[in-house]
Design a protein around this ligand. Structure first.
Ligand code: HEC
Length: 187
C-alpha cells in the first residue's frame, strides 16, 4: 500500500516535470544540472556577439570555450552514473541503455570547445560562414549531419581559419544533438 502511494505521487509529479526540473535535485544530479547551467550561461554570454548584437570580445569567447572544455568528455559522463535517472532528473533512460552516442557527443563538445577557442581570433562572419568555410556552395546540399558525425571530420575541420560564429554553431549543435536524444522535452 505504501509503495502504491509513492508510485501515485511519482506519476503526478512527472506531469509538472518542467516546473520541477531543477528544484529538489541533490547530489550528483544537482551537480550535473549546475554544470549544464554553467554552460547555458556561457552560451548566453556570447550568443549576442555571434549575431553582431554586441561588440565582439575574443576573451569572452575563450572563457566560454573553457567552460565547454571543462564540462565535456568524462567530466560530463562521470556525472551520469548508472541509477541516477528518474525524477527530478530530465535525463532519458537512453543515457544508460544506449549511451554510446552520449559519450561521443560529450567528447565532441570538448573538441569543438577547443576549436571555438582557436576560432576566437576570427570575428563573426554572420551567415557567409559555411560557404566560406567549405569554399563551395555545392557542399551546402551535402548531408552535413553525416559530415559532422564522421569520426574523421574533426581532422578536416580547420577551426583556426573558421569564422568564430561557425565554430559556435558547431558547439551549440552538439548541445542540441545530445538534448534531443538524451534529455526529456522541458518546454
Ligand atoms: C552528451 C550530452 C549533452 C551535451 C553535449 C550537453 N548536454 Fe546539456 N543536458 C544533457 C542532459 C542529459 C541533461 C539533463 C540532466 C538531468 O536533468 O539530469 C542536460 C541538461 C541541460 C540543462 C538544464 C540544466 C538544469 O538546470 O536542469 C542546460 C541549461 C543544458 N543542459 C545546457 C547545455 C549546453 C549549453 C550545452 C552545450 C554547450 C550542453 N548542455 C551540452 C546532456 C547534454
Amino acid at each position: 500500500m505504501k509503495k502504491l502511494g509513492f508510485l501515485t505521487i511519482a506519476l503526478s509529479a512527472s506531469v509538472a516535470v518542467a516546473a520541477y526540473a531543477h528544484n529538489g535535485a541533490t547530489g550528483i544530479v544537482k551537480e550535473r544540472m549546475d554544470a549544464m547551467s554553467a554552460m547555458g550561461n556561457a552560451v548566453k554570454a556570447i550568443a549576442p556577439m555571434m549575431r553582431g548584437e554586441v561588440a565582439y570580445d575574443a576573451d569572452a569567447v575563450r572563457a566560454a570555450s573553457q567552460s565547454f572544455i571543462d564540462h565535456a568528455g568524462t567530466a560530463m559522463t562521470d556525472l551520469f552514473p548508472e541509477g541516477t535517472g528518474g525524477m527530478p532528473s530530465m535525463a532519458t533512460d537512453t543515457v544508460w541503455t544506449d549511451g554510446e552516442e552520449f559519450a561521443e557527443l560529450a567528447a565532441r563538445l570538448g573538441e569543438y570547445g577547443e576549436g571555438l577557442a582557436l576560432a576566437s581570433v576570427n570575428p563573426p562572419a554572420m551567415g557567409a560562414t559555411m560557404t566560406d568555410m567549405m569554399g563551395t556552395d555545392t557542399m551546402m546540399g551535402a548531408d552535413t549531419d553525416a559530415m559532422m558525425g564522421a569520426e574523421t571530420a574533426m581532422d578536416a575541420i580547420d577551426f583556426a581559419s573558421m569564422p568564430v560564429d561557425a565554430a559556435f554553431e558547431m558547439v551549440s549543435q552538439t548541445c542540441s544533438a545530445c538534448h534531443s536524444k538524451y534529455r526529456m522535452e522541458s518546454n
